[in-house]
Design a protein around this ligand. Structure first.
Ligand SMILES: Nc1ncnc2c1ncn2[C@@H]1O[C@H](COP(=O)(O)OP(=O)(O)OP(=O)(O)O)[C@@H](O)[C@H]1O
Ligand SMILES: [Mg+2]
Length: 443
């Protein structure tokens, strides 16, 4: 419940303020001195302070008021404060109010103005509290996920990645094929590693095959093995990757590149666990968990007759679609800092440029950008020009002095919810950011 703490040495003033608030159903507690006020503030649930500037009858300097203001803010950096000030202290009051979440009213005050100012600040306080509660529960959910699973060092902050990892870890145990989709460099292999690391067969072999890396003729022998003399040059019998992965996991990267012949054989292993080495009639049997990945649109391949529909449905019992980095800007700075390591820092303009860039090459592009900057930057602190990002994307952020909800959320997340820091990163005042947060309904 919202409560206003009134701190004024004049009893008549306290009574008058209490009355105004009670007429608007706002609870109050009152103190006659700064010391009493601070004690009350710590003991009760205060959402707004209305304070005088002088507390001893013979002082008019306002210094006691300034000291009280600072002491309150020291205990609670976001506590809204209204200063009741004589005209002689207007200048001081204006200065203090610049520190955010504060307002001032000249004595004698206007009741209507007092109530409007109070309600505004109480609303601000409530939305800030709600934000902090949400941030805390998000943090707790992330900590739980990381505590209960092996996340293979994945770095993320976004809700989109959190949801994806929740699903990935939940289905990891099941003995079903998983298809990981997403554009280049987005982290598909990372997600495959996480599924493997949390699977029932995590103790078994983990074999990775890049299906796009070998010519079609060699791919089949790579996957299924060869008998000696199966083809020219095959002088020795050789086990394929399916055999190597028996009892564990086979990661088939760039599955969209598998030729139709290989697709037919793959389908059979997936259905029956059976296959033959090339040039052999002996049927072998394996138990392999298959995770495949693709950055192509397999349904398009199906329509073009390049990919078997039945194989597609076999592979994608579970699909994990990794979202492009541009759609999860909250992840950019945590990833950048991770790739940067301890030796370097990112200047504010570099941070802004990183968040604004579109990242067509996703996390891999970000990693390369950061590593290059780390090598080439002349100073410990990396500036925007050290990143070598196209000017257009850096400019996008500057024109966008009116950041959108996504940019605000990213900035808040990147700064642990501290509005003052987020505002600085966005190049705007704290008040302007609050207004924007309200207007856009950012949670
Ligand atoms: N969330 C993340 N946290 C930490 N590292 C990541 C994350 N996402 C990706 N990486 C790293 O970025 C690089 C690219 O990721 P990965 O190889 O998994 O992408 P991919 O989607 O498989 O790419 P491609 O389409 O080129 O095969 C890797 O070094 C990977 O470890
Ligand atoms: Mg990959």
């Amino acid at each position: 419940m919202a409560a206003v703490l009134i701190i004024d040495d004049n009893e008549a003033v306290r009574r008058a303020l209490e009355l105004v608030y009670s007429l608007h159903d706002i609870e109050t507690v009152s103190a006659g001195s700064p010391a009493e006020g601070l004690a009350l503030m710590e003991a009760s649930d205060v959402d707004l302070v209305v304070q005088d500037m002088n507390f001893t009858t013979d002082t008019t300097s306002g210094e006691e008021g300034i000291a009280l203001f600072r002491a309150l803010r020291e205990r609670d950096a976001d506590l809204p404060i209204i200063l009741l000030t004589a005209w002689t202290h207007l200048e001081t009051a204006v200065q203090l109010v610049k520190a955010g979440a504060a307002d001032y009213l000249a004595k004698p005050w206007d009741d209507a103005k007092l109530i409007i100012a109070s309600k505004n600040l109480l609303e601000l306080r409530a939305s800030l509290r709600a934000q902090q509660r949400m941030a805390a529960s998000r943090r707790a959910a992330r900590e739980r996920l990381a505590r209960e699973h092996d996340l293979c060092g994945v770095i993320y902050e976004s809700d989109a990645m959190h949801e994806l990892l929740m699903v990935a870890t939940r289905i990891a145990h099941a003995d079903v094929p998983v298809l990981v989709t997403g554009p280049n460099g987005v982290g598909k292999e990372k997600v495959a590693e996480i599924v493997q690391a949390n699977s029932a067969v995590r103790g078994g072999p983990f074999v990775k095959v890049n299906v796009g890396a070998l010519p079609a003729e060699l791919m089949e022998s790579e996957l299924f093995g060869t008998e000696a003399g199966a083809f020219t040059g095959a002088t020795q019998a050789r086990a394929g990757r399916f055999e190597a992965a028996d009892g564990g996991t086979l990661f088939l990267d760039e599955i969209g590149n598998l030729p139709l012949n290989g697709q037919a054989k793959l389908l059979r292993v997936l259905q029956t666990g059976e296959f033959e080495r090339l040039g052999s009639t002996r049927t072998r049997r394996v138990r392999v968990r298959v995770i495949s990945a693709t950055n192509t649109d397999l349904p398009v391949g199906i329509r073009q007759g390049l990919f078997r529909e039945d194989l597609y449905y076999r592979l994608n019992v579970i699909t994990l679609a990794v979202p492009p980095l541009a759609s999860r800007p909250e992840d950019v700075l945590p990833l950048a800092e991770h790739f940067l390591g301890d030796g370097h820092l990112l200047a504010e303009d570099a941070r802004a440029a990183l968040v604004a860039h579109a990242w067509p090459g996703n996390v891999r592009e970000l990693r390369n950008t950061i590593q290059r900057a780390g090598l080439l930057a002349p100073e410990r602190t990396i500036r925007r020009e050290d990143l070598g990002l196209p000017a257009a994307s850096a400019a996008r952020h500057e024109v966008a002095n009116e950041p959108d909800a996504t940019a605000i959320r990213a900035a808040l997340t990147a700064h642990g919810g501290v509005v003052a820091h987020a505002a600085r990163a966005l190049g705007m005042s704290r008040q302007a950011l609050y207004r924007r947060i309200d207007k856009l309904g950012v949670k």
